[in-house]
Design a protein around this ligand. Structure first.
Ligand code: GRF
Length: 193
């Protein structure tokens, strides 16, 4: 992850004692990422990638911690292709829109929500998908839809989508733990406020 870490927090809470999976490592390309503090609060090892394009370094860290599933939550850079190849089918990303719409390079943060609002779409949502070599292109595993409401600005819409992400991402990880690999889940329609 690169920043705030609220999705990591949701995962840490969902994967507490007795859960069928646990967070073993929080990797960030930024030493000031809030996500690293959240990991520390849950006694989870946090590490900083000095060079996020260094595939050998990624692989050494992932192997050292025996990582089965790699979860990208707010990680804005491309994962090195060697890492994608080694963990193919075992890397998921959460995106704050209903892919394949409003995704791709440069579509992150408020830009996503501003584009949704500008399009006049009546709904948006969260998507969890498998990661491959291209931004936001891998197979979709799960989506949660939320309404776009009158008076929404990017901030309000982002907050509504983020709440959906916090439910959807742990659900995908728990289902992956049960199945032994990431699996598609039924679409969720979040109830209206
Ligand atoms: C989320 O909106 C996620 O969809 C996107 O980046 C944001 C990360 O938020 N990929 P956080 O760091 O988990 O709070």
């Amino acid at each position: 992850m690169s920043g705030r870490g609220s999705n990591l927090e949701a995962l840490l809470r969902a994967l507490g004692p007795g859960a069928p999976a646990r967070v073993v490592l929080a990797l960030s390309n930024r030493s000031d990422a809030g996500a690293l503090d959240r990991a520390a609060q849950h006694a989870v090892q946090g590490e900083v990638l000095p060079d996020p394009s260094d595939a050998a370094d990624w692989l050494a860290r992932l192997e050292r911690h025996r990582v089965d599933l790699l979860v990208l939550a707010g990680y804005l850079k491309l994962v090195p292709p060697e890492v994608v190849a080694r963990y193919r089918g075992r890397i998921v990303n959460v995106h704050p829109a209903l892919l394949p719409a409003f995704g791709g390079k440069g579509m992150y943060g408020h830009r996503v929500h501003e584009a949704v609002l500008a399009s006049g779409a009546r709904e948006s949502g969260a998507t969890v998908h498998l990661v491959d070599e291209v931004y936001d292109r891998g197979a979709i595993l799960a989506q949660a839809r939320v309404p776009v409401l009158p008076g929404d600005d990017a901030e309000r819409l982002a907050a509504r989508v983020l709440e959906a992400e916090h439910r959807l991402l742990p659900a995908v990880v728990l289902a992956a733990a049960a199945a032994g690999h990431p699996v598609p889940l039924p679409e969720v329609v979040e109830s209206q406020p």
